[in-house]
Design a protein around this ligand. Structure first.
Ligand code: HMG
Ligand code: MG
Length: 298
């Protein structure tokens, strides 16, 4: 049975812009996020407090977080890798923080410069301090299907990492299909392993769309009871430490499909298109989504 309501979590300002070669001004980021706030989304991942040497695109994280207009009812989240990042996110009063690590050893090392074993105590402290500060915490596990360095990842490994993150006290686990190679059969195998352990309500899925399978994967996950999905407006994004990976599934394409399947998301297509056009004018190039393509033609 399909869920009646689906939550779309917009990660474009973080996942989208972290991989954008074009330098975007703080003012433009803020204007875009403010536009997104008017589109009926209930969750926006605004930025990340990672090392600016690693992700220079988001070096203005504090300014962005303090300059946006916060609309009541929307959760404004920030990604943090460690205590240093958490302190910066708390100073900026992020509503929620997200911690992240990989199911694969080599992606973890490339992305956050630590082994999995070294990462766990770091995240444990971040989660407990964030909770102490009254924040909800999201956990991401990356490379849930495949790793750019190691190939296929076993669902058992993802379950193991997920269990460690839930033990730390995270409220939700987002399953990152970082490189965008999964097919629905892979998603089924993964969820067959995870659902008996964690149930559908605390899980979200985060599909990148490198091979054009993201919506098919969403559809499989919906059938299996998942009702929270991450997406990025205009299909922006990718992981700088996963070469060649494309952006997340486009928010407007996801919203279209969910609506056409009779599910409620609360988002307004017109407002998403406007936010997409705004980002196209900022970047000076068209974004990659079917809805924007269609809109340009008619
Ligand atoms: P490191 O160099 O190992 O850090 O980087 P360190 O702890 O050894 O510290 C070195 C220096 O960095 C110190 O400064 C720290 O203070 C400073 P120094 O004493 O030398 O002057 N530092 C920081 N500065 C600002 N903010 C911080 C911070 N932390 C330390 N937070 C680190 C480790 C994790 C910081 C680095 O590897 C990093 O920033 N990595 C981020 C990589 C990243 O952002 N990747 C993309 C996001 S994940 C993703 O996209 C996947 C996802 O979308 C899901 C999916 O698709 O699968 C979530
Ligand atoms: Mg991602």
């Amino acid at each position: 049975k399909l869920p009646e309501k689906v939550t779309i979590k917009e990660v474009g300002p973080r996942d989208g812009l972290q991989n954008e070669p074009h330098q975007i001004s703080t003012e433009h980021k803020v204007a875009w996020i403010d536009h997104l706030s008017e589109s009926g989304l209930s969750y926006i991942e605004v930025t990340s407090f990672v090392h600016p040497k690693w992700i220079p695109q988001l070096a203005d994280a504090a300014e962005v977080l303090s300059s946006i207009q916060r609309k009541p009812g929307i959760t404004y989240a920030a990604l943090v890798p460690n205590m240093h990042g958490l302190r910066r996110a708390l100073e900026g009063n992020a509503d929620e923080v997200s911690v992240f690590m990989s199911a694969s050893e080599s992606h973890n090392k490339n992305n956050i410069n630590k082994t999995i074993t070294e990462t766990l105590p770091v995240l444990k402290e971040v989660v407990s301090e964030a909770k102490r500060a009254g924040k909800t915490v999201r956990g991401y596990v990356s490379t849930v299907i495949a790793c750019p360095y190691e190939g296929m990842i076993s669902p058992e490994q993802v379950k193991e990492i997920g269990a460690r993150l839930f033990d730390m006290g995270i409220d939700e686990l987002s399953l990152g299909e970082t490189i965008g190679v999964a097919a629905p059969t892979d998603v089924e195998r993964l969820l067959d392993t995870l659902l008996p352990e964690f149930g559908p309500d605390r899980l979200a899925m985060h599909f990148h769309d490198t091979r054009g399978t993201a919506l098919a994967n969403v559809s499989k996950a919906l059938e299996m009871g998942i009702s929270t999905f991450d997406s990025a407006l205009g299909g922006l994004g990718g992981c700088p430490y996963a070469k060649g990976a494309a952006g997340n599934v486009a928010t407007e394409d996801l919203a279209y499909m969910l609506d056409a399947m009779g599910m409620e998301t609360g988002v307004r297509m017109e407002a998403l298109i406007e936010a997409g056009e705004l980002m196209e004018s900022i970047l000076g190039k068209p974004l990659k989504s079917k809805q924007l393509e269609i809109y340009r033609k008619v």
